[in-house]
Write a protein that binds this ligand. Structure first.
Ligand code: UD1
Ligand code: UDP
Length: 351
């Protein structure tokens, strides 16, 4: 079975690392890896391939940054050319980025089956570009791999139950797998020059970066918190804050880090503040309380017992949330058993 897997952005490299490792171990699968080039900085792309032993992509379209239509359009053409050449039995797309949308659309138009990993996520907020990407991708896919029961319910509600499979979350597989590597050599993955006790933050969502008021409020809240905050900064955010925000002294900006270093930063943080989808879950898997700097989350399972608190960019809500005691109940097994990639392989083979 020939599969073309399509990736392009940081969280997709992390998901594909786990799925590729499992599917390539099966002799029946011939995986071709296509990188759209949506993310291209060394620390947004190459570092993950190197550190997580992801095979070198067979193709890199090098599309780079552009408007949504500009970027997606270039990807569509490039992906179509490769699919025509490779003639795979199936394409595998991940998550909800422009690379996901372009991959699914190019394949569906060529009548090549599309399998979507992390299907069924919904924020019910169409202002988010990711929400449009998810809805379209799920609608034109042939196999939907849902990471949670909420995702299954969303897809069922959209009439897609017959092609939906609950697999669990490949990011949970990933945390279980790589956590052991960190525990074997914790010093190796420590970040130099950061405080002993800190809050870990990331910000990159358009709803925060492209809204000056929201961004200003988040940094106002950070300043009022007074505690040390470590912020590995997404290039999108760096470009905007350099010219528009007076950085509070307690915020320590660092370059984006590799996945294992990021996991270690999460393990050692007192709490996490983020608008990232992936990091909300990793905080939950690693037993860290999360404050979500958005007005909703797709990962509603994490909200129980104040494991995850939604604040948007409201400074008062952020401050109050950081003051809430960490939960005394453990995280629950909403995200499968850590064997999601194996289930995905099984479903692909029997498709
Ligand atoms: C994209 C995804 C988002 C995902 C995020 C993961 C879409 C619509 N959004 O958002 O769902 O959460 O990736 O990180 O697909 N840039 C660089 N170097 C890079 C990559 C980006 O400098 O290697 C800068 C460019 O100025 C670019 C901006 O970041 O314009 C945004 O990049 P883009 O890939 O368009 O969107 P993300 O915000 O990364
Ligand atoms: N991440 C990383 N280095 C960083 C910041 C994040 O490896 O400097 C990881 C993070 O641990 C998670 C993934 O990137 O696994 C999340 O990606 P991102 O926040 O960019 O996108 P989202 O999940 O919101 O789509």
């Amino acid at each position: 079975m020939k599969i073309v897997s399509i990736v392009g952005a940081r969280p997709q490299f992390i998901k594909a690392a786990t799925v590729s490792r499992i599917i390539r171990a099966n002799p029946e699968i011939n995986e071709i890896l296509l990188h759209t080039g949506q993310h291209y900085d060394e620390n947004m792309s190459d570092v993950f391939f190197r550190e997580l032993n992801i095979p070198v992509p067979d193709y890199n379209l090098g599309v780079g940054s552009d408007t949504h239509a500009g970027q997606t359009g270039k990807m569509l053409k490039g992906i179509e050319d490769i699919l025509l050449q490779e003639k795979p039995d199936c394409t595998l797309v991940y998550g909800d980025t422009n690379s996901t949308l372009a991959g699914a659309l190019a394949a569906a138009k060529l009548h090549i089956p599309v399998a979507h990993v992390e299907a069924g996520l919904r924020s019910f907020n169409r202002i988010m570009p990711e929400e449009i990407n998810r809805i379209v991708t799920d609608r034109i896919s042939d196999l939907l791999f849902a990471p949670t029961q909420t995702a299954v319910k969303n897809l069922t509600g959209e009439g897609l139950a017959s092609i939906t499979h609950f697999t669990g979350d490949v990011m949970y597989d990933s945390v279980l797998y790589y956590r052991e590597r960190i525990q074997d050599d914790p010093e190796k993955y420590k970040t130099d020059g950061i405080p002993d006790k800190y809050l870990l933050a990331t910000i990159h969502r358009a709803e925060n970066t492209d809204n000056h008021e929201a961004l200003k409020n988040i940094f106002l809240a950070f300043s009022k918190l007074g505690q040390d905050i470590v912020l590995p900064i997404h290039p999108r955010t760096r470009k905007i804050i350099l010219s528009s925000i007076d950085m509070p002294k307690n915020v320590h900006i660092i370059d984006p880090v590799g996945y294992l270093q990021m996991m270690k930063l999460t393990m050692d943080a007192s709490k996490v503040l983020t608008d990232s989808g992936g990091l909300q879950k990793e905080a939950y898997f690693l037993g860290k309380q999360c404050i979500t700097l958005r007005t909703e989350t797709e990962w509603v399972e994490t909200l129980h017992d104040h494991w995850n608190i939604i604040t948007g960019s409201d400074p008062e809500l952020i401050e109050n949330a950081v003051g809430i005691a960490p939960p005394s109940t453990p995280p629950q097994p909403f995200f499968g058993s850590g064997k999601s990639a194996g289930i995905i392989l099984e479903k692909l083979l029997s498709f």
